[in-house]
Design a protein around this ligand. Structure first.
Ligand SMILES: Nc1nc2c(ncn2[C@@H]2O[C@H](COP(=O)(O)OP(=O)(O)O)[C@@H](O)[C@H]2O)c(=O)[nH]1
Ligand SMILES: [Mg+2]
Length: 301
């Protein structure tokens, strides 16, 4: 299956909901106010968010009010607007010129950080990069073990410490021992915003790395779970107060009808979207392509 087919398959729940909705909204041939109101509700229900939905309604009203319109016309217009929003965020993750590139991975528990790290590590390994991992998620022993399993399977060195060890010191040690590597990826604990001490630890990781080199970490990527819908926006707000974020990876697009959240995120934060997850397997993480995503989202071939 090609990337695009997999993406379409992954976004099936979202696109089916949207397509079915469009079919029931566009029953009259001419575009009237009632239809526009219903379309607006449908866009909101698809997790596109208020600013994006406003923007789309405005364009469709301007171009098509009182004129004939079909579901396919609407889909084409949706794709055009969504691509315009997503395109600036379709940025490839490039390693910093100084070695190792240090990539901090953050996000709340269960969003897919550790699996995402394994997928990234495998991809870079295939590209002949010298990859190192650090398990700074010392909060739970099971979290370290989970990354250890991946590291063993991929035969990649993993730096860690005992349960309850200072995560900042794990990050520090890992960096000191990875000077000859191409990339060091640091896994962190799932930090719920109601556990302030975990956020303080994350802040400390950032501070300790900065002391080693003011450019560190080169990337601080937040991993978000698409099934949480609008709450993903809140998570970006909270984490960016603790550590300046440089990009987003959105996972579990395959398990939800809330795929529109990616557009809301792009519109609001304009952060690079480095990858998207459409399944649990290694090959289910893809680089992000704005047009393919938009087409898959609305269910256009
Ligand atoms: N369906 C699906 N499941 C995913 C995806 N990414 C991660 N998962 C699953 O989400 C669960 C939590 O992942 P984990 O990496 O442990 O999250 P962490 O707590 O943030 O490190 C695991 O069961 C993963 O297999 C994805 O893109 N799609
Ligand atoms: Mg984890």
């Amino acid at each position: 299956m090609s990337f695009f087919q997999k993406l379409k398959q992954g976004l099936k729940k979202t696109s089916t909901k949207l397509s079915d909705g469009l079919k029931s909204v566009f029953v009259h041939k001419k575009l009237d106010q009632h239809t526009l109101d219903e379309l607006y509700d449908l866009l909101l229900m698809s997790d596109l968010g208020v600013p994006v939905s406003d923007r789309i309604i405005k364009v469709i009203r301007t171009q098509k009010f009182d004129k004939d319109i079909t579901v396919d016309d609407v889909k084409e217009m949706l794709v055009t607007e969504i691509v315009a929003i997503l395109e600036p965020c379709a940025v490839t993750l490039e390693f910093a010129p100084s070695k190792p590139a240090v990539i901090l991975v953050v996000g709340v528990n269960g969003t897919g950080k550790t699996t995402t790290i394994a997928k990234l590590a495998r991809r870079w390994q295939q590209e002949k990069q010298d990859v190192r991992l650090a398990a700074a998620d010392t909060f739970r022993a099971a979290a370290v073990e989970q990354l250890q399993v991946w590291a063993d399977r991929l035969k990649i060195p993993l730096y860690t410490s005992h349960e309850g060890a200072d995560p900042a010191s794990v990050a520090y040690q890992a960096y000191q021992q990875s000077k000859d590597a191409d990339v060091l990826v640091i896994d962190t604990a799932g930090r719920l915003h109601n556990k302030k001490y975990l956020m303080d630890e994350l802040e400390k990781i950032g501070r300790v790395l900065k002391k080693l080199d003011p450019d560190l970490p080169h990337e601080a990527i937040i991993v978000l779970d698409a099934t949480t819908g609008q709450n993903a926006l809140h998570q970006v707000d909270v984490f960016s107060k603790t550590i300046p974020l440089t990009g987003i990876i959105l996972t579990k697009l395959d398990g939800t009808a809330k795929g529109g959240i990616l557009v809301a995120l792009a519109e609001q934060y304009k952060l690079p979207i480095y990858a998207i997850g459409v399944g649990e397997g290694f090959d289910d993480m893809q680089p992000f392509d704005a047009r393919e995503f938009a087409k898959s989202l609305v269910g256009l071939a």
